[in-house]
Write a protein that binds this ligand. Structure first.
Ligand code: HEM
Length: 212
């Protein structure tokens, strides 16, 4: 794929990632967020977080299945959008629902366990966002960076569980997310098992002349 095409797709992702936020701001300023605008903001930003997280997780399997290696160039953007919407989601809850009160937020977490699970997901994303720059990848080295980025699994699994736990009646949508995630993670597991394992160095054979 040509450099110009990559740049164009990046621009497309950039614009599409901002559109939901722009719509929210527009609708909010025109009082069009429905009967419970606070809840609408929390739910929409939560959904955007999960969608971007799952899209980020889809990049590697898709790249391997199709051979489109250029897909990898969009993974960081998708992941950063997930983090951005995750922070916004938390901020909406913290400000609109809890009035910026830390103690009230903590008390609510004890009452509603799905908030602890959601927070686990968001906290797991912090080191990923911090180490997403080229300089950080260089500084950590590929091996350590990849090991750290396994936290993405924690984030997305906790994100889906958080969604499932907070649903009141109809669990179909969180289950769809769970199935998609199971397929994506299942693919990675299969890849891991199929990968040839490094052969252990054979123990040095005893030297027959030395009598050992
Ligand atoms: C990566 C982290 C997170 C993800 C992926 C996520 C995702 C979601 C999703 C998908 C929903 C439901 C949206 C819908 O029904 O349309 C939701 C709801 C919600 N989330 Fe999160 N969330 C995360 C972190 C958090 C955190 C850190 C908090 C607060 C401490 C939080 C608080 C809430 C609340 C209060 C709701 C609404 C529950 C309700 O009205 O019944 N979430 N979240």
């Amino acid at each position: 794929m040509k450099e110009n095409d990559i740049r164009f797709i990046k621009l497309l992702i950039l614009v599409n990632g901002v559109v939901p936020l722009a719509l929210l701001i527009w609708d909010q300023s025109h009082n069009k967020l429905g009967a419970n605008p606070q809840n609408f903001l929390i739910l929409t930003t939560g959904m955007m977080t999960l969608i971007f997280l799952v899209l980020t997780m889809a990049v590697t399997p898709l790249r391997k299945i199709t051979g489109w290696n250029w897909l990898i160039q969009f993974r960081r953007m998708l992941g950063l959008y997930a983090f951005f919407y995750g922070c916004l989601h938390f901020l909406c809850f913290f400000s609109l629902d809890r009035g910026f009160s830390i103690s009230s937020t903590l008390t609510e977490m004890v009452k509603r366990k799905y908030l602890i699970v959601g927070s686990t997901a968001l906290i797991a994303m912090i080191p990923l966002a911090v180490t997403s720059t080229n300089a950080m990848i260089k500084r950590l080295g590929g091996k350590r960076w990849r090991a750290l980025h396994r936290l993405a699994y924690v984030a997305v699994i906790a994100g889906v569980i958080h969604y499932y736990m907070q649903v009141k009646a109809d669990v179909r949508q969180p289950l769809v997310f769970a199935v998609v995630l199971a397929v994506l993670l299942g693919y990675r597991l299969m890849e891991y098992w199929r990968r040839p394992k490094p052969v252990m160095a054979a123990p040095a054979t005893a030297n027959p002349k030395s009598g050992t």
